[in-house]
Ligand binder design. Structure first.
Ligand code: PRP
Ligand code: MN
Ligand code: MG
Length: 182
């Protein structure tokens, strides 16, 4: 029987490495937000595994909220337009917001969401991404907390998908090119 693992060329970060990496990010956040409350915004769906692990390593109070966005023309040519599919449930006015992403690629999603969120007057706003792919950047986005800078490969697992698949792999792997070039 063919398994998800058969589509993976190699493992880039194991479950253990990811756990350590998430803890390191949480350590920094715990220091920076001592005595404060965090309003953690997860960007669905990719960020949800990282989000769930990260918030459990944070030891200051965390309010949960989520947004879903989709960028038009993803893949072939990016128009830079982003559509909000699901907005926040509550106001972020006066809150200490951290936006949590699985990966920053072109930067289009985050730069757009950041502009929208800034206009709602949070007390502060920072960006946290497990993975950062600087080679693919099209717009400048400053990511405050980053786990790893990654090579320009097709990565899946730990929330990251290809055609809605592979998100539930517990590690991050490089997808075999034959899977997405057909
Ligand atoms: C992926 C990823 C980031 C975004 C990064 O989400 O999870 O949210 O793309 O790309 P960018 O920097 O080029 O904007 P996707 O749109 O695939 O949705 P998903 O999270 O539901 O997989
Ligand atoms: Mn996403
Ligand atoms: Mg995706």
């Amino acid at each position: 029987m063919k398994t998800m693992q058969d589509d993976i060329q190699s493992v880039l970060y194991t479950e253990e490495q990811l756990k350590e990496c998430v803890q390191k990010i949480a350590d920094k956040i715990n220091k920076d937000y001592e005595g404060k409350e965090i309003y953690a915004i997860g960007i669905l769906k990719g960020a949800m595994i990282f989000y769930a692990d990260l918030v459990r390593a944070i030891n200051v109070p965390v309010a949960f909220d989520f947004m879903a966005a989709s960028s038009y023309g993803k893949g072939a040519s990016s128009s830079g337009e982003v559509k909000i599919l699901k907005d926040l449930d509550f106001s972020i006015e006066g809150k200490h917001v951290i936006v949590i992403e699985d990966i920053v690629d072109s930067g289009l999603t985050l730069s757009y969401l950041l502009r929208v969120l800034q206009s709602r007057h949070p007390a502060s706003i920072k960006l946290c991404a497990l993975l950062n792919k600087p080679e693919r950047r099209e717009v400048d986005v400053k990511v405050d907390y980053v786990g790893y800078d990654v090579p320009n490969e097709f990565l899946v697992g730990y929330g990251l998908d290809y055609a809605s698949k592979y998100r539930n792999l517990p590690y991050i792997g490089i997808l075999k090119p034959e899977v997405y070039t057909k």
